[in-house]
Design a protein around this ligand. Structure first.
Ligand code: S3P
Length: 169
């Protein structure tokens, strides 16, 4: 299968680390949408949010998705909000199979504890509440994946094997 394998899901579900592992096992290139944005903008994501705001970040994200989706035989890790955009989802879907990683809000809270790293979580007073609200809002986008794995009780290796078995990779 030469189609891309695309990882979607909320922040802190392990898309980047699993993506690297999977790409390595399959002998494919690995592309991380957030990293592509950062290298194009020559700024970190928190800096982009701080200087230009979320709207501009989402434009950069759309450009990055457009470019990445012209390629095949990749493992792609998206950002947590990438698939909120219909066109982003359509382009990703047309380029391969979509895997959604999930975990509990409390686990996401633990994994994204440091302020500043994930600007979309920094607004409210109660970060766990913000996570729960965003998760509820985004559920319908994540639900469009071809395959969903709850990562809570599995090691990255086990998750990788499940994906490979499911898609016969
Ligand atoms: C975002 C998730 C981040 C990054 C940006 C916005 C979001 O990616 O794209 O901070 O809206 O959920 P990760 O899911 O890789 O942390």
């Amino acid at each position: 299968m030469k189609e891309n394998v695309i990882l979607i899901g909320f922040m802190g579900t392990g898309k980047t680390s699993l993506g690297k592992l999977l790409a390595n096992k399959l002998g494919r290139g690995f592309v991380d949408v957030d990293q592509k944005i950062e290298s194009t903008a020559k700024m970190s994501i928190p800096e982009i949010f701080e200087t230009y705001g979320e709207k501009y970040f989402r434009e950069l994200e759309k450009n990055a998705v457009k470019e990445i989706c012209t390629r095949r035989n990749l493992v792609i890790a998206t950002g947590g909000g990438t698939v909120k955009d219909k066109e982003n989802f359509r382009l990703l879907k047309n380029s391969g199979v979509i895997v959604c990683l999930t975990t509990e809000p409390e686990e996401i809270f633990r994994r994204t504890e440091r302020r500043g790293e994930r600007p979309v979580l920094d607004g409210g007073n109660d970060r766990l509440e913000t996570i729960k609200n965003l998760l509820a809002e985004r559920q319908k986008f994540y639900a469009q994946a071809d395959y969903t794995i709850d990562t809570t009780d599995w090691s990255p290796l086990q998750i990788m094997n499940k994906i490979c078995e499911h898609f016969k990779l």
